[in-house]
Design a protein around this ligand. Structure first.
Ligand code: SF4
Ligand code: SF4
Length: 289
């Protein structure tokens, strides 16, 4: 069953600078003004029915208005489920506040582990603390990019995560609209992370769904920090799928599905929300950073 979803890039800025970040430093900038946030909240409130609003960045917690304006606004002004993709770098008090604000309304916390900036042990400590505080309706999943040359280190990190009772969601590394060409040594280790490749709930292999009917732009959209709406991430990358601006002129959703024209579907959110014909399931397990 399709679960209508908006991916909202709350801000562009991030407090990390991961060497493998898919967003270039040039684009990894910017915070919205209070007026922009209010306008986007009004747009989200106008969506028919109950959607999942998955907030990302950059790093959403890096925006000072995130806990002060964005999250309370979503909870108070809309009926939607609140999800977030975060690197979990915020102080524990900020994460506690997030759990408190979203209690009863939280969907998924996708916590991205970046070993260039944090140890697995320190990350897991924070993740466990947050999981204790979120409501029983919510889940927390640890995502990690399968960084070339660092897979041994990631295997150890995965053990730390799994031993703590947390879910680990591996993601192949994407580059320039495709998947990184791993070395033979890395490919041998990849097999220890990845399954047969047919389950977007357990891993992100950035597959191609070309030709399958997809409801991107109908029940799923990507919203930038400036209010531009696109059918999906790949469409946006190609400068296609523009649905309008939520602050200027409005967003027009599509009437029905269309065959996917792209060679890569980089993020598991559409697949795990039932947007793609014959793919995914009702309960998403985790998403890409
Ligand atoms: S990968 Fe995520 S945490 Fe790292 S720099 Fe990019 S947006 Fe920030
Ligand atoms: S299958 Fe993926 S890449 Fe293709 S249109 Fe749908 S969301 Fe976009």
């Amino acid at each position: 069953m399709r679960k209508p979803t908006v991916e909202w890039q709350v801000c562009g800025a991030c407090n990390y600078a991961c060497s493998y970040c898919i967003q270039s430093p040039r684009h990894r900038v910017g915070f919205p003004s209070p007026a922009t946030v209010d306008g986007l909240l009004a747009f989200l409130a106008s969506l028919p029915g109950r959607w999942e609003v998955k907030m990302s960045g950059g790093e959403p917690f890096a925006y000072a208005g995130f806990l002060a304006r964005v999250v309370p606004g979503l909870v108070d002004l809309t009926p939607h489920t609140v999800s977030v993709l975060t690197n979990l770098s915020s102080p524990p008090a900020a994460l506690d506040r997030f759990a408190e604000l979203t209690r009863g309304r939280l969907g998924i916390v996708s916590a991205s582990l970046h070993l260039e900036s944090v140890t697995a042990a320190a990350f897991v400590e924070k993740a466990l603390r947050l999981r204790e505080r979120i409501g029983p309706e919510a889940s927390l999943v640890v995502n990690a990019v399968l960084v070339p040359g660092r897979l041994e280190e990631l295997l150890a990190a995965r053990e730390t995560v799994v031993e703590a009772g947390l879910r680990f969601f591996p993601q192949v590394m994407k580059v320039n609209g495709g998947v990184h060409d791993y070395s033979p040594a890395d490919r041998a280790l990849l097999a220890r992370f990845l399954g047969p490749g047919d389950d977007p709930r357990r891993e992100n292999r950035a597959p191609s769904y070309r030709g399958r009917r997809c409801w991107a732009g109908v029940d799923y959209l990507v919203l930038t920090q400036a209010g531009d709406a696109y059918g999906c991430r790949t469409a946006k990358r190609f400068g296609e799928g523009f649905l309008g601006n939520a602050l200027a002129g409005g967003v027009r959703l599509l009437d029905g599905p269309a065959p996917c024209p792209y060679e890569i579907c980089p993020c598991t959110v559409p697949a795990n929300r039932g947007m793609i014909e014959g793919v995914g399931a009702a309960r998403p397990a985790g998403e890409a950073a």
